[in-house]
Design a protein around this ligand. Structure first.
Ligand SMILES: *Cc1c(COP(=O)(O)O)cnc(C)c1O
Length: 388
């Protein structure tokens, strides 16, 4: 039996997978079972922020695996401390909680916001406003938080306490910010929702409305964070400091990690026994994460992300079939005029380029350290497919 057949008889069919078995990778390329190479314009799914098997990252991970691979969170480790210190410095946040995924980071944010409000105001102020077309994860609470009706099916009852507001509509937000609300959760650029950024004016007003009412602002930077947009956090483009930030995807270069970071207001809200995770802050994940931060936290590295993003964008805009390019840095959405994005992505895979879709768009999340040579190679193939 071939790998795919065997796989499908034993692994649940929760993903629409392509017929491709990844065997190894190096830098910007993945290689399949037959030795065919693919330029990975998706970094896995925004996870392999330094590409495949980056030398410094792999050395750090291997070294950690040979020393302490895991220990209980009843003890301290230096690598977790070093990682937390570095991440706090890069984000300006005070304290953080470690989980293992974006959904877990958001679960923590939801619990944290509710407890902050409970401690200060008592019961009844538990609602969290999220935006229509958002995506916050697959656990019951984060699915409930996700502002897309298609996700609210089968698994009834969903978690109470989420109110959906229209993105970029301050009036709608204002009307919904009553005294039952403890937090507003946003993605600066809706990723799964189609690489759709929030307007600056809307974000300005959102922060002001929340500040007036002691309502926490949670920014889900699971996809936009860790240098993806050319700043360490996408929020740094907007110039506001949120109360809570969540990170995951690229944070540890492809090792599972989710982080919920809190600012001054709610840094000490979660106390012993109120939250936990067996694997959260795992030393190997922290070692990988530290290797990522050493590169992605560097100003020149981030400037390169901006320049590469602009380079890709101007090349894309020269293709007649491309209607619109959205996003920032190396988080790129491509709206096509006539072709179907999913069909193009499928065809590109056969030609040796891995890309993602988001709603009706093609989505690119290339490794943050992708080379111009490989950008050119991949775009050439995409351009050909879009010109056929
Ligand atoms: C991917 C994603 C999540 C969920 O992350 P998981 O690691 O799959 O749980 C949450 N929020 C945003 C914005 C995401 O892009």
């Amino acid at each position: 039996m071939g790998t795919i057949e065997e796989f499908n008889s034993h692994v649940m069919g929760t993903y629409g997978r392509y017929d491709l078995v990844i065997d190894k990778g190096e830098g910007d390329f993945a290689t399949d079972e037959n030795g065919k190479r693919y330029i990975d314009f998706g970094s896995g799914i925004g996870t392999n922020s330094l590409g495949y098997a980056d030398k410094d990252w792999a050395d750090a991970v291997c070294k950690q695996a040979r020393t302490v691979q895991h220990t209980s969170n009843y003890y301290y480790t230096k690598v977790q401390s070093d990682f937390a210190t570095k991440l706090a410095g890069l984000t300006g946040m005070q304290k953080m909680f470690f989980g293992n995924s974006g959904a877990e980071a958001n679960e923590c944010a939801i619990k944290l916001a509710r407890k902050y409000s409970f401690d200060k105001y008592g019961r009844g102020r538990h609602n969290i406003i999220t935006l229509i077309n958002s995506f916050h994860g697959r656990t019951l609470a984060t699915l409930s938080a996700t502002g897309q009706e298609v996700f609210h099916n089968y698994f009834f009852p969903f978690v109470e306490g989420f109110i959906y507001a229209e993105a970029n509509n301050a009036d709608d937000l204002k009307a919904k910010l009553d005294d039952t609300v403890c937090a507003v959760m946003i993605e600066y650029i809706q990723g799964e929702g189609g690489v759709v950024p929030l307007n600056k004016e809307y974000v300005d007003e959102l922060y002001e409305l929340c500040a007036q009412r002691d309502i926490l602002v949670i920014t889900d930077e699971v996809q936009t964070g860790v240098g993806r947009t050319g700043k360490f956090l996408a929020g740094q483009y907007y110039g506001h400091t949120p109360d809570i930030v969540t990170l995951a995807k690229g944070i540890a270069g492809g090792i599972p990690m989710g982080v919920c970071l809190a600012g001054e207001k709610c840094a000490d809200t979660l106390t012993p026994g109120t939250h936990g995770s067996t694997f959260g802050g795992n030393p190997i994940a922290c070692a990988g994460g530290l290797a990522v931060l050493k590169k992605a936290g560097d100003k020149e590295f981030l400037n390169d992300v901006v320049e590469k993003g602009a380079y890709i964008k101007q090349k894309l805009l020269k293709i007649p079939e491309v209607e619109l390019v959205t996003g920032m840095g190396l988080m790129i959405g491509i709206k096509l005029k006539t072709k179907n994005a999913a069909d193009v992505v499928k065809a590109a895979l056969i030609e040796g380029v891995m890309m993602l879709t988001a709603k009706e768009k093609i989505r690119l999340l290339p490794p943050l350290n992708i080379t111009y040579e490989e950008i050119d190679k991949g775009l050439k193939i995409l351009e050909r497919l879009l010109s056929e």
